[in-house]
Design a protein around this ligand. Structure first.
Ligand SMILES: C[S@@+](CC[C@H](N)C(=O)[O-])C[C@H]1O[C@@H](n2cnc3c(N)ncnc32)[C@H](O)[C@@H]1O
Length: 334
């Protein structure tokens, strides 16, 4: 984490342009030049990569596992579909998608591409996947890429493998970076990743581009807590407990300070749903969605709050036919 740089940045509220007309964005609570955000976020995840999974458990008391399990069960992937898990980091969602298809549907045809902008996170994912039956099969691949420009190739940094392979530091295949073709994916997932991106709307538009007609967009992200008293308690917990846990367990307070600030800055459930809709997706219907001028459909809301909205799932479907299926008894990936 570039602590000096991060600390020296101004603490003003979010703006689109500063006094000199430069485009700015937020990095946690700080306003930064747009061109800097990607590097700052990159530093955070490079810093936390090796402790990421352990810290997730410590910070959420293991609850993130329940949210992720529910996310995957709700999607119920199967039938040899192609999934793209964007900002997939250490492969937490990918592993669940593959396990779900295999154990619930005896499906070993489904494939998942884990795409992330950060090579350190992907390497942790590779190490983890190496311990599973999916390793070295066409079911899994790790790919370097930017959620905002899935059509572009990123430069792959040279990797120094240790001379002898050990369990902690195994020799791993080089990362790859390839463009993701339009209309090539059946399922696009992004979990706890989109709030780190500079242009959220661009990320969703790219999701729309790479999905096949009939494909599904699914985002799991921190939401806004719906009960005011609980929201206060949660805020106290986030700001007073999580950065000190980061300091205590991995000696990195700043990265975890950024994480809680970025959660606070993320749009409300309704605003994010509107962004998904504006990218072209149809949303599952709800009274809230109707009041926002979004399509109203019978069964679900435009989003689903988990643990009172601490986390939220938003889904979007590519066309009306899929949307009708998604709402009804027939699952999309039958
Ligand atoms: C909090 S982690 C989530 C990892 C994983 N999805 C999970 O749920 O455990 C956020 C991830 O987003 C990635 N990320 C941030 N900006 C990105 C971008 N523009 N494109 C792709 N990945 C990005 C980070 O490198 C990091 O691995």
């Amino acid at each position: 984490m570039p602590r000096v740089l991060a600390r020296s940045l101004s603490m003003s509220s979010r703006m689109c342009q500063d006094d000199q007309g430069r485009r700015t964005t937020h990095f946690g609570f700080q306003t930064v030049d747009e061109s800097l955000k990607e590097g700052l976020v990159g530093s955070v995840f490079s810093s936390v990569a090796s402790s990421y999974d352990m810290m997730n458990d410590a910070m959420s008391l293991g609850i993130h596992r329940l949210w992720k399990n529910h996310f995957v069960e709700m999607l119920d992937p199967r039938g040899g579909i192609k999934c793209l898990d964007v900002a997939g980091g250490t492969g937490d969602i990918a592993l669940r998608l593959l396990d779900h298809a295999r154990t619930k549907h005896l499906d070993r045809e489904m494939s998942v591409t884990v795409l992330d902008i950060n090579p350190h996170m992907l390497i942790e994912g590779q190490k983890r996947m190496k311990e599973t039956m999916y390793w070295n099969t066409p079911q899994i691949r790790f790919q370097l890429g930017n959620a905002e420009h899935l059509d572009r190739v990123m430069e792959v940094p040279e990797r120094k493998n240790p001379p002898a392979s050990t369990r902690r530091n195994p020799v791993l295949p080089p990362l790859v970076s390839e463009p993701v073709e339009s209309e090539s994916m059946d399922l696009y997932t992004i979990a706890f990743g989109i709030r780190n991106c500079t242009h959220i709307d661009q990320v969703i538009r790219e999701a729309y581009r790479v999905l096949k007609p009939g494909g599904i967009f699914a985002c799991l992200e921190f939401g806004k807590v719906s009960i005011p008293l609980l929201a206060q308690l949660y805020k106290q917990y986030s700001f007073n407990v999580i950065p000190p846990i980061g300091e205590l367990l991995v000696g990195d307070r700043d990265s975890y300070q950024y994480l809680v600030e970025s959660i606070e800055r993320f749009p409300t459930q309704a605003d994010f749903a509107r962004m998904v809709s504006e990218a072209g997706f149809l949303l599952p219907g709800s009274a809230e969605a109707a009041s926002m001028g979004l399509p109203r459909l019978p069964n679900q809301g435009a989003w689903e709050d988990l643990t009172f909205g601490i986390a939220t799932i938003w889904t979007g479907t590519y066309d009306e036919a899929t949307d009708a299926l998604f709402q009804g008894t027939i699952k999309p990936f039958a």
